[in-house]
Design a binder for this molecule. Structure first.
Ligand SMILES: NC(=O)c1ccc[n+]([C@@H]2O[C@H](COP(=O)([O-])OP(=O)(O)OC[C@H]3O[C@@H](n4cnc5c(N)ncnc54)[C@H](O)[C@@H]3O)[C@@H](O)[C@H]2O)c1
Ligand SMILES: [Zn+2]
Length: 352
């Protein structure tokens, strides 16, 4: 088992390894004396792992209740949040009890937000079951639900007490969802870790999954420790996302988040190269690695279309839009692009 320490105001560990769901009880005992544990999950994950995790917690002396909601981003909403709050209140969960968020990013964000607000905040742990949740969403303390008018609009910063990544969970994950998580892993490599990028580039990630997850978590933890509330450096984690979000929207979400991030990263690297911030090998290497991992590197939207949607994006500040641009594999910089020049800059990325 690998352990990564996250040094936020409230510090916590991320445990990474095989078979950790069977040891959920021992893991939880590291941070909580026997109390009541409320497992929140979705229907798909519940059917796969709910029973196993519940049993392990019970064997370690926790008194467990469990609820699930229907899987999917469309349920990361106020109704599900209300359902969870009612469940916790009806079971008389108190401030000395703990929530276990078992699932992908949707469960982590929703149950995390419930933990942040139930009784003005109770402890929770994350047990991520998708690659994206392991390498990205379960670490860092951002919790949220979506409103009809936009994603993640209602949320809180609320750090977990522990994160438990059982990489065996990935065996049942559909290929397309797995690849979405890979795109975020490539992102971390491009941002900060050439060795991670090489591992992803040259080997099947599944063969080194524990090391790959641990390296990703380490990088995320470094950003989070330096900028817990996302007011500066942590914005580098938006590499590939500024244009990626626009592509997702333009495709009406036919392009998944990870696919959009992959394309967004290639565009960002081409922009960087044409602005002479990096040499031509950088975008070529990123595109080749993503392609061989089965991720797309190009979409059929024009710079004009992308610019129009990107300008509606919340990351716009005043008259500039902040982009993250690679200088080499493992090092990036933030660059504010004037709104007037945006379409022109995006065109540098769209054209090979
Ligand atoms: N809080 C953050 O910092 C942060 C960062 C990135 C993304 N997010 C959020 O994460 C969400 C996306 O997360 P996601 O991609 O994990 O999606 P998800 O939670 O919807 O999971 C994707 C699908 O996989 C299923 N699933 C989960 N684990 C499985 C397993 N082991 N085997 C088989 N099926 C499994 C789920 O039931 C679901 O149908 C978005 O809402 C996004 O906003 C949050
Ligand atoms: Zn992302």
């Amino acid at each position: 088992m690998k352990t990564v320490h996250v040094q936020t105001e409230k510090a916590y560990d991320v445990l990474i390894g095989s078979g950790l769901m069977e040891q959920a009880g021992e893991c939880l005992s590291r941070v909580a004396a026997p109390c009541r544990a409320a497992i929140i999950t979705d229907d798909t994950v519940d059917a796969l792992f709910g029973e196993k995790v519940q049993l392990s917690l019970q064997n370690a002396g926790f008194s467990v209740c469990r609820m699930h909601f229907e899987q999917g981003e469309k349920n990361k909403n106020l109704q599900t949040y209300a359902q969870i709050m009612t469940f916790l209140a009806e079971r008389e969960i108190t401030r000395s009890d703990i929530i276990v968020a078992l699932g992908g990013g949707v469960v982590g964000d929703t149950a995390g937000f419930a933990a942040a607000t139930y009784l003005r905040g109770i402890r929770f742990i994350q047990m991520p079951t998708t690659l994206l949740a392991m390498v990205d969403s379960s670490v860092g303390g951002k919790t949220a639900i979506d409103l009809d008018c936009g994603k993640n609009l209602c949320g809180a910063f609320w750090q977990p007490s522990l994160v438990v990544c059982d990489t065996d969970a990935l065996h049942t994950l559909p290929e397309k969802i797995y690849k979405d998580g890979l795109a975020e892993s490539f992102k971390h490599g491009v941002l900060r870790d050439e060795k991670l990028f090489e591992l992803l580039e040259n080997t099947d990630a599944r063969m080194n999954i524990n090391e790959i997850v641990a390296r990703n978590v380490q990088i995320k933890a470094e950003y989070v420790a330096q900028d817990e509330h996302d007011t500066g450096l942590r914005q580098q984690l938006n590499l590939g996302h500024t244009l990626g979000h626009a592509l997702e929207k333009l495709s009406n979400y036919a392009i998944t988040h990870g696919q959009a991030v992959a394309i967004g990263m290639v565009y960002a690297a081409r922009i960087a190269q044409k602005l002479q911030l990096c040499d031509a090998a950088v975008p070529e290497r990123i595109a080749a690695a993503l392609r061989s991992a089965g991720l797309p590197t190009q979409a059929a939207f024009s710079a004009q279309e992308i610019a129009r949607v990107a300008l509606g994006d919340k990351k716009r500040r005043g008259n500039t839009l902040r982009m993250v641009l690679p200088e080499e594999i493992g090092r990036c910089r933030m660059q504010d692009v004037p709104v007037d020049a945006l379409q022109e800059v995006i065109a540098l990325g769209v054209e090979a």
